[in-house]
Design a binder for this molecule. Sequence first.
Ligand code: FUL
Length: 503
Amino acid sequence: MKKIFTSLFMLGIMTPFVSTAQLQLEDEVLPNPDNEPVAVHPVPHPRQLKWQETEFYAFFHYGMNTYTGLEWGNGDEDPKRFAPTAAPNPRQWLEVAKAAGMRGGIAVVKHHDGFCQWPTETTEHNVTNSGNEYGRNTNIPRDFAAAAKDLGMKYGFYVSPWDRNSVHYGTDKYVKDVFLKQCAELAEYGTDQFEMWFDGANGGSGYYGGRNTTVNVDRATYYDVPNLRDSIHKVCPDCVMWGVGGESRWIGNEAGWAGQTNWSPENRDYSPEGNGMYGTENGWFWLPGESDAKATNRGWFYHDGEAPLSSERLFQMYLETVGRNATLILNIPPDKAGVLPQASVDALTGMGDLVKARLTKDFAPSATVEVSETRTSGVNRNYNAVNMIDGDKDTYWAVNDGTTAATITLMWNEVKTIRYVELMEYIAKGQRVKKFHIETTADGNTWTRAAAGVETTTVGYKRIVPLNSSTSNSYGNGYNVKGVRIVIEDSKACPLISKVGVY
Ligand code: FUL
């Protein structure tokens, strides 16, 4: 900056009346003793970073629809129809999620039909008026939050902004006295929520307290989102507002896949249907993708006769979401007894076993790592290659400013049988890598391209590349190698890699 000041002065653009104190101030602001790379904007808010680290979590659609068999209740359902055949057991839901390797869960506590699964002051359409003792004692947010805390899981709630029961829907009164108040009530069950899910389905036909009409709203303005966001963040500082809330984006399909090229930057006016899977390379906002998908073959809610997808299919979803810079929120519907059916438990546990068996035995820490260049160390921070294999998410390898292509080579003395390469960028300073490829060597001398069928463009928070290029049949026999090389071909600025994993 001193240099800029001097040259501007010489060009006569600045007056000479810049005091010494001012120059000293500039000097104090700018020193960079750790030689830290400058961020590439946009960057995630710290709460978005924590949210991203949740990676894989469950979605539990349970409520009035569980008993009516509908997917979207009209809002005119008699509350008595909510009649669980046993006390709903959110703890069991989360125990299954944990066994499957998930780090948290989101419980639907109010769907579009407006029925609230906690004793709320905002409407009579809630559990206290339900059909039996189990129903009247139900309080999903209370029990879900308590179980999550006990199990060391993250938790959050889906509260539908669209309310087909409320007579006030479509007016300001609904937003202020019903919807915002419901969100505030939910915050009372825990201030450490990691996400609130605001569905995009807004307005349409419904009961609306007997009006039986169609109410359309402009979802961009109707819900007073900036106010909602601020009030929630005041009490729940780590709570990411999904969807309508504008802090994480819908991935654009409900089939459990993200684009191979997937940027977390995005513009506010993006069209989820077109762009949700891919993000926008030079988008203005950090709006990372979340992929919501069903683990069963029917709806989001439980339906008699439904069956879970196979563990292999669920593993494929994991590779195509978590492995492509998105988070995966996988829906498992509790049944009429308020528990997850055994078939779902088995499928989910099976999937968790596949993730463990295939993606936890990391050969990278036992490799010798060589890189094409290493950024000059600062006083308290170094950017050494070993930072990619030290298991510490806060350290990273970096190259010098101006370098946008680089190589990372891992070598072993003995042959390893490998199937996946995992890369993670240090995204606190922005998503950078634009193009890379992977090579392997069987003899230590000749290098051949691996995963040639994969679009190796973006990395982001996490990228998992199946070396045989297949996500549906990724395991196979594996490749016997003595070395793996990651060739970063292009990056928005010097690449910062916090992890390389080889499985
Ligand atoms: C959709 C809703 O309309 C579905 O019922 C479900 O809750 C799904 C996760 O989001 O937009």
